[in-house]
Design a protein around this ligand. Structure first.
Ligand code: HEC
Length: 144
């Protein structure tokens, strides 16, 4: 059941991006596409299909001040997860996010670049090299 929900959502995102790729048309689109698909597969079940979060349990990743102001921490948050009190857009959250050991450094890069440049976030994207360096802080780089 869970898997089926995910693949349907993945198809939806794919269709949208196919439309977008006709209007944008560059190799940049390819990377955006991977980021969106990875988000749909690994993150949307918690953070929502538009990054909206869930009530006071799961913070939004869309238009999130946390994403803008904690840019350097995000690769390790995705890799190792996080817990404890955080404030996102003025709301307190205190839950547990699991880590993602199954993603490569380059997948984390594409995923975060999708978030940093979509859904109301207009932040600087990462190079793969930068992501790998930042992942080194939590011993989380897989060198791929
Ligand atoms: C099982 C649910 C779950 C999944 C799956 C999940 N997260 Fe989270 N995430 C959370 C929770 C809960 C928090 C807040 C943790 C806390 O309260 O300290 C969080 C926090 C965050 C934050 C920092 C706060 C914010 O909203 O800006 C980011 C960024 C984030 N997650 C990104 C991701 C990405 C990217 C993925 C997919 C690779 C992902 N998360 C997968 C539950 C999840």
């Amino acid at each position: 059941m869970r898997m089926r929900g995910h693949s349907l959502r993945l198809l939806g995102a794919g269709g949208l991006l196919l439309t977008l790729s006709f209007s944008l048309g560059s190799c940049f689109t390819e990377r955006q596409n991977e980021g969106a698909q990875l988000y749909a597969a690994h993150c949307s079940s918690c953070h929502g299909d538009q990054g909206q979060g869930l009530e006071r349990l799961i913070p939004p990743v869309a238009a999130a001040d946390y994403i803008a102001s904690n840019r350097a921490e995000l690769p390790c948050i995705v890799r190792k997860g996080m817990q404890g009190d955080i404030v996102v857009n003025g709301i307190h959250y205190s839950q547990i996010m699991p880590g993602h050991e199954d993603l490569t450094d380059s997948q984390i890069t594409n995923l975060l670049n999708f978030l940093q440049t979509n859904w109301g976030n207009t932040n600087q994207p990462y190079t793969i090299r930068e992501t790998a360096e930042l992942l080194g802080r939590c011993n989380g780089s897989d060198g791929q």
